[in-house]
Design a protein around this ligand. Structure first.
Ligand SMILES: NC(=O)C1=CN([C@@H]2O[C@H](COP(=O)(O)OP(=O)(O)OC[C@H]3O[C@@H](n4cnc5c(N)ncnc54)[C@H](O)[C@@H]3O)[C@@H](O)[C@H]2O)C=CC1
Ligand SMILES: O=C([O-])CC(=O)C(=O)O
Length: 355
C-alpha cells in the first residue's frame, strides 16, 4: 500500500512537472527531461545533518532525483542506518553514510552541492535568532570543512537563523580564500512554497499554477511575500493580502506550535530543500531559465545579503533580479524589515570574525 502511494505521488509530480515551465514556478521535483539517460554529468550531493528531521526526508527526495549520481549523508550520529535505508530505493544515486568529524572530509570530497540542515530546531516561544548560540558554531565548523574539501561546491544553507548563518558561511569562506558569492544560498524556498499554498487557497486558483516571489530574509517580518506580483491575478482585498502576508511570515511558528515541542517544519522543508537543490543542479547542468528566490549576496537593496529571485546557471547565481513594482503595503514592509535583517547579518559577520 505504501509503495503504491509513493509510486502514484511520484507519477503525479512528474505529470505536474511536465505541465509547468522551468522558471520560478518550478516548485515541482521531477521532470521527464531527467530521464534522457547519459545527457547530464555525474553530480555528487552531500547533506550535512542528514539523520535529522529535515535531513532524512531530504535524503529520500534527493535519492529520487535522477540528476544525482552520488548522495553523501553526513551527521554526528545515525547516518549509517539512514544511508542503508535510503540506498535500497531503486534510483540511480549511490548512497554513502558518514558519521563523526573524522569522516566529514570523505563525505564532502568531490561534492557539487552541499545542503546544510544541521543544527537545533525551535521550540514554542523561541525565535529563530534564539538558535544562534548553538547553530552558529555548528555552521561555522561545517563551512571550514567545506572550504577545505569541496571549495567549489554550491552551498544551500537551511540551518537557522538563515539571516545570520549565510553571512557566517560567507565570512568563513572569505577567510579561507574560497568565497564565491555566486555559490552561497540561503534556502528561503519554504516561504515561497507557503505563499503559493496560502494564496491558492484564498484566491481559489489551482495551486500548481501559482507563483509568488518572496523577498527579504527568512525570519518573521523579514519574510516579505509580494502578493501584488502573484500569478494568476486574483484582485484580493487588502485585508486578505495582509492576512496572507502575516500567515506566510508566521508559517514556521504555526508549525512549531502545532508540533508542541517536537521541533519545527521538517517534511515541507525537505520538500522545499529538494526543490531548491534540484534547481541548483539543473542550473549547474546548463538547463536554461531556472529562477528561484534565495537569500544571497545582493546589491538590490543597501543590505549585503537579501532574498529575491535569482537565475541559476553553470556557476551558481547567474543573475540577481530586482524587486519589480511593489504595492504601498509591500514598500512599507520592505522598510520595516531592513533594520532587523541588517542586525542579523551583522551579528553573523561579527560572530564569524570573533570566534
Ligand atoms: N531554512 C528554512 O526554511 C528552515 C530551516 N530549518 C532549520 O533547519 C535546522 C534543522 O532542523 P531539523 O532537521 O528539524 O532539526 P533536527 O534536530 O531534527 O536535525 C538536525 C540534525 O543536525 C545534526 N547535527 C548537529 N550538529 C551537527 C554537526 N556539527 N554536523 C552535522 N550534523 C549535525 C543532528 O545530529 C541532527 O540529526 C534547524 O536549525 C531549523 O531551524 C527548519 C525548517 C525550515
Ligand atoms: O520556523 C522555524 O523555526 C523553522 C523555519 O525556518 C520554518 O519553518 O520556516
Amino acid at each position: 500500500m505504501k509503495i503504491t502511494m509513493l509510486g502514484s505521488a511520484v507519477a503525479a509530480l512528474k505529470k505536474a512537472a511536465a505541465a509547468s515551465p522551468s522558471t520560478c514556478a518550478s516548485t515541482h521535483l521531477l521532470s521527464r527531461s531527467y530521464y534522457s539517460a547519459g545527457s547530464y554529468p555525474e553530480r555528487k550531493v552531500a547533506i550535512l545533518g542528514a539523520a535529522g528531521g529535515i535531513g532524512q526526508p531530504l535524503a529520500l527526495l534527493m535519492k529520487l532525483n535522477p540528476f544525482v549520481s552520488s548522495l553523501s549523508l553526513y551527521d554526528i550520529a545515525n547516518t549509517p542506518g539512514v544511508a542503508a535505508d535510503v540506498s535500497h530505493i531503486n534510483y540511480p544515486a549511490q548512497v554513502a553514510g558518514y558519521v563523526g568529524e573524522e569522516e566529514l572530509g570523505k563525505a564532502l570530497e568531490g561534492s557539487d552541492l552541499v545542503i546544510i540542515p544541521a543544527g537545533v530546531p525551535r521550540k514554542p516561544g523561541m525565535t529563530r535568532d534564539d538558535l544562534f548560540n548553538i547553530n552558529a558554531g555548528i555552521v561555522k565548523s561545517l563551512c571550514v570543512a567545506i572550504a577545505k574539501y569541496c571549495p567549489n561546491a554550491l552551498v544551500n544553507m537551511i540551518s537557522n537563523p538563515v539571516n545570520s548563518t549565510v553571512p557566517i558561511a560567507a565570512e568563513v569562506f572569505k577567510k579561507a580564500g574560497t568565497y564565491d558569492e555566486k555559490k552561497l544560498f540561503g534556502v528561503t524556498t519554504l516561504d515561497v512554497v507557503r505563499a503559493k499554498t496560502f494564496y491558492a487557497g484564498k484566491a481559489k486558483v489551482p495551486v500548481a499554477d501559482v507563483d509568488v516571489p518572496v523577498i527579504g530574509g527568512h525570519a518573521g517580518i523579514t519574510i516579505l511575500p509580494l502578493f501584488s506580483q502573484a500569478t494568476p491575478k486574483a484582485n484580493l482585498p487588502d485585508d486578505d493580502i495582509e492576512a496572507l502576508t502575516k500567515r506566510t511570515q508566521d508559517g514556521g511558528t504555526e508549525v512549531v506550535e502545532a508540533k508542541a515541542g517536537k521541533g519545527s517544519a521538517t517534511l515541507s522543508m525537505a520538500y522545499a530543500g529538494a526543490v531548491f537543490a534540484d534547481a541548483c543542479i539543473k542550473g549547474l547542468n546548463g538547463v536554461p531559465d531556472i529562477v528561484e528566490c534565495s537569500f544571497v549576496q545582493s546589491s538590490v537593496t543597501e543590505l549585503p545579503f537579501f532574498a529575491s529571485q535569482v537565475k541559476l546557471g553553470k556557476n551558481g547565481v547567474e543573475k540577481v533580479y530586482g524587486l519589480g513594482l511593489l504595492s504601498e503595503f509591500e514598500k512599507q514592509g520592505l522598510e520595516k524589515l531592513k533594520p532587523e535583517l541588517k542586525a542579523s547579518i551583522e551579528k553573523g559577520i561579527k560572530f564569524a570574525n570573533q570566534n
